[in-house]
Design a binder for this molecule. Structure first.
Ligand SMILES: [Fe+2]
Length: 230
């Protein structure tokens, strides 16, 4: 099973604060049955250039690498990025370098508010650039502000959707998640784990809660996991 969204790399963003914590987070995921983990630290274009970010990501990864090989030889790890939306993201140069390694997936975090039409237009421009497959991060954060029709509009253009596992923990969300799946608005689940405390990975509990929806949800998730991660 795949966790496509994590802040496990040490000392690079507001996620893991040490190599020890990173290892503990990975251990938690592995115990929960996850065997593919993507490291997706935050990238904020207003704070640094992509080159600087990639250099910092490389350094953080190097700190962890010896332990990955030694302690988790059977787990597959990939580097990725959670790109925070900014005006002009659609014309960013060389977008592929921020995609999840070995995939065209561009994990994009949108503002947590009602999206101006200009935001949607910019996302569409990004899709039209045809260099990447836009994957919206933690779509559950946007539902309070934006109607499902907007997500459907983007999905029709080929935008993929990632839901946070924490949203799927709650039974009262089941019916809504079923609706998402039936409308083709659920492609990936990620823990978006930041630490071993309040924002620890809770993948297994989320999957257990989704078990009654397995006919709607699991098949779809595995199709996308296989397409991009096998
Ligand atoms: Fe995140």
């Amino acid at each position: 099973m795949l966790d496509i969204h994590t802040h496990i790399l040490p000392e690079i963003d507001d996620g893991s604060s040490s190599v020890e914590q990173s290892i503990e987070m990975i251990s938690m995921l592995v115990e929960q049955g996850v065997d593919k983990i993507v490291f997706t630290p935050h990238f904020y274009a207003e704070m640094e250039a992509p080159e600087q970010f990639l250099e910092r990501r490389h350094e953080a990864y190097q700190k962890l690498l010896p332990y990955l090989k030694e302690q988790f030889p059977d787990i597959r790890f990939r580097l990725g990025t959670e790109i925070c939306y900014y005006i002009g993201v659609s014309v960013m140069e060389d977008k592929k370098r921020l995609c999840i390694e070995g995939t065209p997936l561009f994990l994009l975090e949108l503002p947590m508010c009602k999206w101006e039409r200009s935001v949607i237009t910019e996302v569409k421009e990004l899709v039209r650039s045809e260099q990447v497959i836009v994957t919206l991060a933690h779509i559950d954060r946007y539902f309070d502000f934006n109607p499902l029709s907007v997500f459907e509009e983007l999905a029709r253009m080929g935008v993929l959707m990632q839901l946070n596992a924490d949203f799927a923990l709650e039974k009262r969300h089941r019916r809504f998640i079923k609706k998402l799946a039936k409308k083709g608005l659920l492609h990936f689940i990620g823990t978006d784990a930041h630490n071993t405390g309040a924002r620890c990975p809770r993948y297994e509990d989320a999957m257990r809660n989704l078990w009654p929806l397995r006919d709607y949800v699991f098949g779809n998730l595995s199709v996308y996991e296989e397409q991009f991660f096998n």
